[in-house]
Each structure stands twice: as structure tokens, then as C-alpha cells.
Write a protein that binds this ligand. Structure first.
Ligand code: AMP
Length: 302
């Protein structure tokens, strides 16, 4: 079943203890759609500038990604630069140049307006809302990411969109900020009152926790010997999670748990190399092998 994503397509400058790249293709919607395309067909909505070449576009070619919703605007593509320390959760943003993203107003091609699943990546809640308003029917599942900038900067609009969200995927600091609660379970209960039925707390190398009315499910971070670049881990997680759900018949607890594992698998591949290098060359059998590895990793007898 179809999966729509709206979010950034960007050039990133990345600096980690393992190397540096000045300009590589990135953006939340890029990581998301490449990861999700291993599981389902993806409709991408975003904007790029006139510096976005055919060679850049190649990342989407040969995959189940429809880029007819990728608008070409006059000007430069969104540019983001970040630096990480040895602790991959410790990220400093060096530059954010919005460029064509500053005036971006998402317009859905008619064929996208009945997508069954939507992921609203981290952008202004006003734009996230405008995407939902263009849908013909309420989708089967709405997933959403946001950040401290919007939680503090546009809380009224964020509340409106949260009321229409099924699965909220944020990190622990954002969970605390949004709920004003330090304890994450109490925070989850507060967040359920705002709309989402499911909260996924992304915890970087410590894994991810899902909380819903059925209880709590935790997936560890995959033990990796080499973590070169944490960029895009969260969006690749979201792509694996939503992609798996879009391809599944039901949204049962068992299916949601498997989606958590496939999300973690995609996040773990994303960090092994710089930018999209690892994920773009992945094979489906490697994904399934790592999912089995997760099962082994967490299996025990009582
Ligand atoms: P993640 O590491 O999963 O949180 O996402 C990293 C990606 O988010 C990078 O490829 C950036 O291009 C993109 N990004 C960074 N800041 C923003 C922003 N303010 N709005 C939208 N996308 C952003």
C-alpha cells in the first residue's frame, strides 16, 4: 500500500571523528524514502533548487520512489552542516541554509492524495498540516517527527497536527520537552492525550522504545564496531518502520513490533558509512539477515 513522505531533500556537510564530507546528498525525506523503498512504494514530496543535478536524482532511480512531487525551484537546495563528537548523540548544527525550503509550500500531485500512509518528517507543523488537508480521505496511518525548534516555536499548530497523528517518533529530550514530564512513561501518557496512539522514543545508539495502550516494547541499538556518521539514523528508522507497516496487512501488536525491528535495522545500516553510502547499496537479503540477528540478540529463556 502507498506511503507518502514530505520533508527535506538537502545537501549536507558532515564532520565526525572518522572523516569529513563537504557536500553530500541528504535530507530527512531522502533517507526516509530510500529506506522505506525496500518495503513498499513511496511517494516523495519536497523541494530542490537548480543546483540539484541528474546525478543527484540517481539516488531515487531504480527504486520504488515516485519523485513527481519533488518540486524544482529557482535558487539553491536546502543546506545543512553538522559535527558529531565521539558520542554519536552529541551533535552540533554548524549551518542551516534554508534556501528554496524557506518558501516551500507542499503541493501534492493528484495521484498522491489518496496515499494510505503518510510520514510527516521534521518540518514546520504548519506545512505538515497543509499536507494532511490535501488528502482526500483520512489515511490508515499518520506518522510524525518534530523537534525542539517547533515544540517551542510553533506549539499551537503542532498541537493541531498532533491531534491527527497516530504514531509520533521523537527522541527522549523532545519527549520530555513536549510533555513537560521527565519520566518517559508518564510523558507518554501525557502525549497520548494530545492525539497519538503510539509513541516511539528514538534513543540513538541505545535503541528505540515504543509505548502504546498494549504496553512497552524496546529494541536495542544494534552493536556495531564501526559507526562513521549518525546522520539520517532517525529518518532511516522511520523509513523502515513506516515502510514495513505500509506493506503489512494489519497493524497488530506483533506487526508493530516487527516494524520496530525493521526500523532499527535501517537505522543501524545508515550509520555505518557517511551519508547514504551504506543504505544506497543495501540488498534486501542483508536487511532480513540483520532482522534475524536482532531476534537472536534479544532472545532468552526464563
Ligand atoms: P536525522 O539525523 O535523522 O535527525 O536527520 C538528518 C537530516 O535532517 C539531514 O540529512 C539534514 O539535511 C536534515 N535536516 C537538518 N536540519 C533540518 C531542518 N531544520 N529541517 C529539515 N531537515 C533538516
Amino acid at each position: 500500500m502507498s506511503l507518502l513522505v514530505v520533508g527535506s531533500v538537502a545537501f549536507d556537510g558532515l564532520e565526525t571523528p572518522f572523516g569529513k564530507v563537504d557536500r553530500t546528498l541528504g535530507g530527512a525525506a531522502t533517507y526516509f524514502s530510500v529506506a522505506a523503498s525496500f518495503f513498499t512504494h513511496v511517494n516523495l514530496v519536497g523541494v530542490v533548487g537548480d543546483d540539484f543535478s541528474k546525478a543527484d536524482e540517481a539516488i531515487f532511480r531504480g527504486r520504488r520512489i515516485d519523485i513527481s512531487g519533488l518540486e524544482r525551484a529557482t535558487g539553491k537546495t536546502f543546506f545543512w552542516a553538522g559535527r558529531y563528537g565521539l558520542d554519536p548523540n552529541d551533535r552540533v548544527t554548524l549551518t542551516t541554509e534554508l534556501n528554496v525550503f524557506a518558501t516551500f509550500r507542499p503541493k501534492l500531485p493528484a495521484a498522491f492524495c489518496d496515499s494510505k500512509h503518510i510520514f510527516l518528517a521534521n518540518i514546520d507543523p504548519t506545512l505538515q498540516h497543509s499536507v494532511l488537508q490535501q488528502m482526500k480521505k483520512r489515511p490508515r496511518l499518520v506518522g510524525l517527527d518534530t523537534m525542539n525548534y517547533w515544540i517551542e516555536g510553533n506549539p499551537a499548530e503542532l498541537r493541531e497536527i498532533l491531534a491527527k497523528t497516530d504514531v509520533l517518533m521523537i527522541n527522549d529530550a523532545e519527549t520530555r520537552l513536549l510533555s513537560n514530564e521527565h519520566n518517559l512513561l508518564r510523558a507518554a501518557r501525557h502525549i497520548f492525550k494530545l492525539g497519538p496512539r503510539t509513541l516511539i522514543i528514538k534513543r540513538g545508539e541505545h535503541g528505540a522504545t515504543m509505548v502504546d495502550s498494549k504496553g512497552v516494547f524496546c529494541v536495542p541499538g544494534f552493536p556495531l564496531e564501526e559507526v562513521h556518521d549518525p546522520t539520517g539514523a532517525g529518518d532511516s528508522f522511520a523509513g523502515g518502520f513506516m515502510g514495513y507497516l505500509a506493506g503489512a496487512r494489519s497493524l497488530s501488536d506483533a506487526v508493530l513490533r516487527r516494524a520496530m525491528v525493521y526500523g532499527s535495522v535501517m537505522g543501524s545500516f545508515a550509520v555505518e558509512r557517511f551519508g547514504l553510502e551504506r543504505v544506497r547499496h543495501l540488498k534486501r537479503r542483508e536487511i532480513d539477515a540483520r532482522a534475524r540477528h536482532f531476534a537472536k540478540l534479544t532472545q532468552f529463556r526464563l
